[in-house]
Design a binder for this molecule. Structure first.
Ligand code: TEU
Length: 567
């Protein structure tokens, strides 16, 4: 717990969380795959950055169809990532630096190799209804192309998998399933972890009919498969299930004596639902990952069909959530292992990489909520833009490529779309130094280093006070120092230029003003009134001072000790 303005608040209200995509973070044994010992070797780097927790992607036993989000044993560490001793050494090292460990659990589905599923396939098995079996499947399309159902010869029925064929959905209607999920989470707390990131947790309540079955989705004429999300997203018993989990797990205390942190990944969550679920008193989760801002730049339900969107529109959407979430709490993120890297998606990696990376960080980190940094975001890394099938690893992209080409689309066109929004582009290994594999591995990386990362490595940025890394360190330090960033109100100031954003944070007489140019052209400084007497806390262009003009991607952060003097 942290003291903010005399109030003790949970650490994550003033903290920053760093996302480690383990298989691409640091490899200690030369097999080309990042591992726990590799992460252990970078704890000092994370401590220097100033983060308060790391969220580590799944490292449980898995056939790796979906890079670990297909779990075959929740209690076992996959040997490719390390051992129990490695985990304990990591936990001890993180805790020694006051950094918490948040583990990533996919409990909407398991792997087909999980013993639960192996048993469930057997007709008459006691675990038969731990999964969704049907004689007649619904017409739902999988997120990974094709039907969401697969026929199983042993079971003599179809099973539901809204993701990969190897990722059967668990049936949370079954109280035994819910009890076992809570129990396995408890075992991870016993091991000393500090919280959970819960993968697509708003998918666990399916909308069942009177007979307990699932229903077809409305389909356009001639459409065989349809968008089934209404049948499994934000379902009717979701809040009941989360409250139950809260009582069974999240109300426990961690080895460090802190409340367990619970983060729900919730595609298509609404503001109202997020506000209820994260409400300070009666809520069941501490925060959610919402998706509205990262769904703006593509057609609804089709990530592969882009829709031109200005970064200021994404910031305006985040601002809407700042107001709408009310007393609830939201994560603040641009990037993760599923999303294109921010500087490529919203910034200008070719002409203004440093300034756009810094300004995107500034507008996000000074909002109300818990900021997340995806590995390499603090370095301003652009996406890889893989265009060759041989460079792809992700089941989502490979399935999409096969499906689109089978439907008659030219491979070149499909690969171009994958180069823009495919998940592999953000999953390339972290560049630690200027050596051939960036210091990530002494072997051959499981996925190639991104060509555009040369010269952007952590080592070269550590020594550069004007680097993106230095800017992220400053942003984290500001959140730790100024309560107005943590608990202050949020007001988006109306401006005349659609590509310049100004917002104000206020708390008991202190006001913070964030001014950001979100375009590769300059613009007039909005009329800010007495902005000149604000104290400049952070700027992308320190030489600009209070000049009445903003350079491309320029941002400024001003502090006013008396709210009356702020514009
Ligand atoms: O992602 C869920 C999710 O929202 C994805 O559908 C995401 O929007 C999509 O991949 C964007 O292209 C979680 C994990 O973060 C992801 O890595 C897993 O593949 C997925 O669940 C299944 O576990």
């Amino acid at each position: 717990m942290i003291d903010v303005e005399g109030q003790t608040v949970p650490w994550w209200r003033s903290g920053v969380i760093y996302q480690v995509y383990l298989r691409s973070f640091a490899d200690s044994d030369g097999d080309g795959i990042g591992d726990l010992v590799g992460l252990l070797g970078k704890v000092d780097y994370l401590a220097r950055l100033g983060v308060d927790a790391v969220w580590v992607s799944p490292f449980y036993l898995s056939p790796q169809e979906d890079n670990g989000y297909d779990i075959s044993d929740y209690d076992q560490i996959d040997p490719v990532f390390g051992s129990e001793d490695d985990l304990q050494a990591l936990i001890d090292a993180l805790h020694a630096h006051d950094i918490r460990l948040i583990v990533d659990l996919a409990v909407n589905h398991t792997s087909v190799e999980h013993t639960w599923f192996v048993e469930s396939r057997q007709p008459g098995s006691a675990r038969r209804d731990w999964y969704w079996w049907a004689d007649e499947p619904t017409n739902w399309e999988s997120f990974f192309s094709g039907s969401s159902w697969e026929y199983d010869e042993v079971a003599g029925a179809h099973y539901l998998h809204v993701f990969g064929v190897g990722q059967p959905d668990l049936n949370w209607e079954n109280p035994e399933v819910r009890a076992e999920v809570a129990a396995l989470m408890g075992r991870w707390l016993d091991r000393g972890v500090d919280g959970f990131r819960l993968d697509v947790i708003n998918f666990v309540s399916k909308d069942v009919d009177a007979g307990g079955g699932l229903r077809d989705a409305p389909a356009a004429p001639g459409q065989v498969l349809a968008d089934g999300r209404d049948g499994f997203v934000n379902g009717p018993r979701l809040e009941e299930y989360l409250q139950e989990l809260d009582q069974r797990v999240f109300e426990r205390t961690t080895r460090r004596g802190e409340p367990v942190v619970s983060i729900g990944e919730m595609p298509d969550v609404t503001i109202d639902l997020a506000r209820r679920i994260t409400a300070r008193e009666e809520g069941s989760l501490d925060m959610v990952f919402s998706f509205e801002h990262v769904d703006l730049d593509h057609e609804p339900g089709d990530k592969w069909r882009s829709r031109p969107t200005r970064p200021a529109e994404a910031v305006a959407n985040l601002a809407r959530w700042q107001i709408g979430i009310g007393s609830g709490w939201n994560s603040l993120y641009w990037s993760n292992h599923d999303q294109p890297r921010a500087v490529s998606r919203w910034g200008d990696p070719d002409r203004f990489r440093v300034a756009s990376a810094k300004t995107l960080g500034t507008v996000l980190h000074l909002m109300r909520g818990t900021p997340f940094i995806y590995q390499g975001e603090e370095l301003g890394l652009p996406g890889a833009r893989w265009r060759n099938r041989a460079d792809l690893r992700d089941v989502e992209s490979l399935n999409y490529l096969a499906s689109a080409v089978a439907a008659g689309e030219p491979e070149r066109d499909v690969l171009e779309r994958i180069a823009c929004v495919g998940r592999d582009n953000a999953r390339t290994p972290m560049p630690w130094d200027g050596s051939p594999q960036g210091g990530f591995t002494t072997g051959n990386p499981w996925i190639a280093m991104a060509p555009g990362h040369r010269g952007l490595d952590a080592q070269s940025q550590e020594a550069d006070g004007a680097s993106v890394l230095a800017h992220y360190r400053a942003l984290i330090a500001l959140r730790h120092e100024h309560s107005v960033i943590v608990e202050g109100t949020f007001t988006l100031l109306e401006g005349t230029d659609p590509d310049t954003v100004v917002y104000r944070r206020e708390l008991t007489g202190v006001s913070l003003l964030v001014v950001a140019r979100l375009a590769s052209t300059g613009g007039a400084l909005p009329a800010l009134g007495p902005a000149a007497d604000g104290r400049l806390l952070l700027s992308t262009h320190p030489e600009a001072g209070s000049r009445a003009h903003l350079e491309p991607w320029e941002s400024r952060v001003l502090l006013f000790d008396d709210a009356t003097s702020a514009p």
